[in-house]
Ligand binder design. Structure first.
Ligand code: ADP
Length: 171
């Protein structure tokens, strides 16, 4: 068996926390695919296409060149079936992630019991790191270089400028 895993998420944008999980998962599975998902419940700053490109650039910067990146706008479990993966990877930070992740993992198991959800614990450095925190820091002019690769930092600067300009035009 060639265990293959799918690491899904919004990645709006990808952070070193996500990359840490991807690196750990890559050590355990022969093949890792990162799935950038369109989440109808989340209003994202970056488009699906932009998020996918940023994941690719970030992985390139980190030398993780053997991870495939796809985007998907359907149900996670359907994507997992199409790709014939054995596992879905999710990252765990503080306990606030737990209830939500538990619910999703059990639901996915109901939908298809062959796909196992595997949780990997984040490293100490990234326990409190999230995409929303990075966006907030950047919005207020803070330095995010410790949290995201350079390509992401630059994209954030461009995007926030664009958003601010549009906001001004509307006023
Ligand atoms: P979603 O909308 O699917 O939750 P996210 O991009 O927010 O998408 O997160 C994708 C996955 O990465 C989730 O399992 C999340 O817990 C995990 N993750 C996000 N940030 C970190 C981090 N700093 N350390 C470990 N895992 C993380």
């Amino acid at each position: 068996m060639m265990p293959r895993a799918l690491y899904p998420g919004s990645f709006d944008p990808i952070t070193y926390g996500h990359i840490d999980i991807a690196r750990r998962a890559r050590r355990l599975f022969d093949e890792l695919i990162i799935g950038v998902f369109a989440n109808p419940n989340k209003q994202t700053l970056f488009s699906l296409k932009e998020r996918k490109e940023l994941v690719e650039q970030a992985l390139g910067e980190e030398g993780l060149t053997d991870i495939r990146v796809i985007s998907y706008n359907g149900l996670l479990i359907e994507c997992a079936k199409e790709l014939e993966v054995e596992a879905i990877i999710r990252g765990l930070r503080v306990n606030s992630d737990f209830d939500y992740e538990f619910q999703i993992a059990l639901t996915n198991r109901d939908l298809d019991s062959r796909v196992e959800t595997v949780f990997l614990m984040t490293s100490r450095d990234y326990v409190f790191l999230s995409s929303s925190m990075v966006k907030e820091i950047k919005r207020f002019g803070g330095d995010v270089s410790r949290f995201v690769p350079r390509a992401v930092e630059e994209a954030l600067a461009r995007k926030l400028q664009e958003v601010m300009r549009k906001g001004k035009e509307r006023r």
